[in-house]
Design a binder for this molecule. Structure first.
Ligand SMILES: Cc1cc2nc3c(=O)[nH]c(=O)nc-3n(C[C@H](O)[C@H](O)[C@H](O)COP(=O)(O)OP(=O)(O)OC[C@H]3O[C@@H](n4cnc5c(N)ncnc54)[C@H](O)[C@@H]3O)c2cc1C
Length: 405
């Protein structure tokens, strides 16, 4: 343990990498420890790796000259292109259309939303982090951490590392969150979500696009690439069992009300709508950002954007604190500003679950939202929330003012 880094980051996901770049840009020494040896995963590549970028994320990437390095957003204009090119997004599976959204009051300098690929985003951020002198160690899982008044001691991969600060960007099951004694509160899941790549013996039985049924929802983005939600109270996901072909087929048949046959299952993962948030994003010299600080269902695509917003907010404040020129209390404004944004996103995901519930109440709510999303005001409100337009306004982007770094 010879080097003491200014900041150790647990997790080289998009949030940890973006934060590392922000800190290194401000001349902090940064070590990123990442559990996975290999950065590649089919779940990070198209089409599973599709991530919608919101307006604040687009602005944050643009501020650092990273937006132009992403090729996928230039190539893929609309993930629903082959189904309904006019679709701009969805709320609880109910589509809203580009033509219904009034963008006249919104900033026009940059796109309001873009499609990206997680694998490419991480590759671009890794390249930039390495250029800026960030040390990244892969295949080294953080297993514990302690702190005192001067710094943190981190155990990872059987080695000891020293830092002045530790930031947990290690995802939903964050070890830093547990080691730091953070309280993680929220609501329990109502469904198990599935991401599948499969071959079908009779593909014509499954209509493409998003389909909400009496038992849940399924979405076929391309032939064979499927997402579905089964309202089982999250029970299957919590068993931790692998998804077998027989299980996937049984769930799909029940949700789709078809007798479709899966002939081969290539990729399968599960997730839930559990929604929890750390009650504090800071405990002394340990901080949380991204999924480590908040989890919720991926409905409507918000988690990555929320995490990048955390990192953009935290980076310059932590760097100023390390330099010693931060005003008193600056670092605590990170929690004060970002916790309410996270709480709003958690509620946004809960509202969608309520609308999707396969109950008479859920169906009644869905009918109202279907009507609302066909109106200009309704579509504009929903799109504005999903694309983070209000947050952008708070950041000064509406007036073209950019925050100095
Ligand atoms: C199906 C699906 C679709 C989604 N679509 C969208 C979307 O359109 N828009 C959007 O904004 N969000 C979306 N999300 C959510 C988004 O992907 C996540 O919120 C985002 O990846 C969180 O980034 P992160 O860096 O905080 O965490 P992660 O991406 O989970 O990265 C955490 C990293 O930490 C590493 N790690 C874990 N434990 C340790 C340890 N002990 N030591 C060291 N490293 C560790 C992991 O290997 C990983 O690399 C979606 C999610 C899913 C599942």
């Amino acid at each position: 343990m010879n080097t003491t880094y200014d900041v150790i980051i647990s997790g080289a996901g998009p949030v940890g990498l973006f934060l590392a770049c922000e800190l290194a840009l401000a001349n902090c020494t940064v070590l990123v420890l990442e559990k996975a040896e290999d950065a590649q995963s089919p779940l990070k590549q198209m089409p599973f790796g599709i991530r919608g970028l919101s307006a604040p994320t687009i602005a944050a990437l643009d501020r650092r000259g990273l937006l132009d390095q992403l090729e996928v957003p230039k190539r893929v204009k609309n993930p629903f292109g082959h189904v309904a090119s006019a679709q701009a997004g969805h709320f609880a599976g109910i589509p809203f259309l580009h033509g219904d959204i009034d963008t006249s009051q919104w900033p026009q300098r940059l796109p309001h939303s873009l499609i990206s690929e997680l694998a490419e985003l991480e590759a671009v951020l890794t390249r930039r982090a390495l250029e800026l002198g960030v040390a990244i160690q892969r295949g080294v899982a953080v297993s514990g951490a302690t702190q005192d008044a001067d710094g943190v001691a981190v155990t990872a991969g059987g080695q000891a590392f020293a830092g002045r600060w530790l930031v947990g960007c290690d995802g939903a099951r964050s070890v830093v969150r547990k080691a730091g004694g953070f309280t993680f509160e929220g609501t329990e899941p109502e469904f198990t979500g599935y991401t599948l790549k499969a071959d079908f013996a009779d593909p014509d039985k499954l209509p493409p696009g998003r389909n909400v049924t009496a038992n849940g929802m399924y979405f076929q983005s391309q032939p064979g690439y499927l997402a579905m939600q089964d309202f089982d109270g999250g029970a299957f996901h919590q068993t931790g069992e692998a998804v077998t072909l027989a299980h996937a087929q049984a769930v799909l048949r029940r949700i789709s009300h078809t007798d479709v046959t899966i002939s081969a299952l290539h990729v399968a993962s599960t997730w839930t709508d559990r929604a929890r948030q750390a009650t504090s994003y800071r405990n002394g010299r340990m901080l949380l950002a991204g999924d480590a600080a908040h989890i919720h269902s991926p409905l409507g695509g918000q988690g990555l954007n929320l995490g990048i917003g955390d990192a953009a907010n935290l980076g310059w404040k932590l760097a100023a604190t390390i330099r010693g020129d931060a005003p008193a209390g600056l670092l605590d404004t990170y929690h004060a500003e970002r916790h309410p944004v996270g709480a709003r996103v958690l509620d946004w995901s809960r509202a969608q679950v309520a609308v999707m519930r396969p109950t008479p109440e859920g169906r009644a709510l869905r009918a109202i939202f279907e009507d609302l999303l066909k109106t200009r005001d309704g579509a504009s409100y929903i799109a504005g929330r999903v694309w983070g337009i209000a947050e952008l306004a708070r950041d000064g982007e509406l007036s073209g003012v950019r925050r100095a770094s």
